[in-house]
Design a protein around this ligand. Sequence first.
Ligand SMILES: [Fe+2]
Length: 549
Amino acid sequence: MDPANPADALLGSNCTFGQLAVHKLSVGQWLADPLGASYAAPVVGSRNSNGPTPMPTILGNEGGKAPPTADSGVRLAELMVTLSMATDLGMGQPLETAISSCVAAMRLGEVLGLDAATLRTAYYYALLRYIGCNAHTYAMAALFGDELALRRDFAAVDPGQIPEVLELAARYLRQANIGESPDRMAAMVASALSELPGFMRESFAGHCEVAQRLAGRMGLDDSLIMCLGQVYERWDGHGLPRALKGEEVAPAVLLVALAQDAVIWNRIGGAEAAAATIHKRSGSAYHPQMAERFCEGAAIILADLDRESTWDSVLAMEPGGHRPLTDQEFDRSCEAMADFADIKSPYTLGHSPGVSGLAAAAGRRCGLPEADAKMLRRTGLLHDIGRVGISAGSWGKQGALSEREWDQIRLHAYYTDRVLARPEPLRRLGDVASRHHERMDGSGYHRAAAGQSLSAAARVLAAADTYHAMTELRPHRPALSPEQAAEELRREARAGRLDGDAVGAVLEEAGHRVPKLRRERPAGLTGREIEVLRLLARGLSNRDMAERL
Ligand SMILES: [Fe+2]
């Protein structure tokens, strides 16, 4: 272990609460300036925080007028719903938990007669509440083991009830240190529990800070960014990180906190259990009047959340305008989503933007049209978003992965596919993005798709991801030099696992010399044209080809 290496310092086997601050610092620095001057992250809270936010958009800087750039085909709400699915994974919750919370919050908000601006903020806040959730997962996993399971269980606990919190923490600490002698176990658990309040303060503050920075990067408005700084605040003033009390906590924050807990308890024991829990915590976690009105109508507010298509319901509820994001706004959101995924581990900071740039440039070298290069840029940003659904402990493990852990790792490509399943423009990106671990000989994952079913773009993305990852430090190996990575990539191509053209283009783009012969194609055809001919030869219809390409 090299103590001068921040990743080593973080990933040593004796991670302490204090190291959380190191990771938080590195994540904060990264989000403040992830790609140097090219990103120019906005300063949170720097826009007009006084006065009403212009309707109908939640985007902070356009006042409802779309800039004169192309339409991305994706609504802001659709993007947020997509992101909410990723945060469900990161919080150890079933998919669509945040969507259901949003629907329940809107229903309760209507019952309470909340004004349009509050409902609008609550809508987006309910979907984005946990976008900072990856900020401290590494430290959590190092201390508690499976942080996703811990979070799943923590969601049903009242954080204001210290004994409940301590009991849960002690249970996970014991599991994480199983095999230790009874004396050492007792000492470790006692020591960790004594530091728990500080850990929670640091952890929740980091979560809020990262959420605010990501929302700022997406260009979202100040009312929403302010709420993201209050995720763990409570009505009784016993929340974190600022112990705001009563009306100091934004109404949208109080509404969504209640709605989410109601959804979780509804899942555990139905509407009656939800109402009983909300009633019990009324005046402590929740605004008493909100709790009272909820309990009066719990069955109606929670009706059919598990049966109807909450995806359609939640989109239909979007307050204000429904305009699509411009291309520029969509790209900015994809960049924020890339960072959301990469901060899961200190080893992967910057991975997705790096793959994105390399894949897009290599795609152009392969002769793919500009539209495909643009798509590769976006798929590079989004390809590892499913990473959030796997415990940070697996991503940070220094030794060999067990079979179960390896199965979990493989799932991240499936989760990318699942998160990006809708709407259609995202589904097309997800279809390519989720194939970044597929191999030409069918030995990859998660579909074990072989060359015939891998588009030229998917082959380029796989080569770019492989090369970029090899040049990055990982817990189980040092970073390969560019020359070593190039040799590994050539070996993969010779073995028939990676596409030779894609490898050549990636290596050329990365500054390696590639024999010209490899780049030549019959009759001067482009990579795209060869792809079309290949599919034609297989008898695909125009429609099927368009779908595949
Ligand atoms: Fe991956």
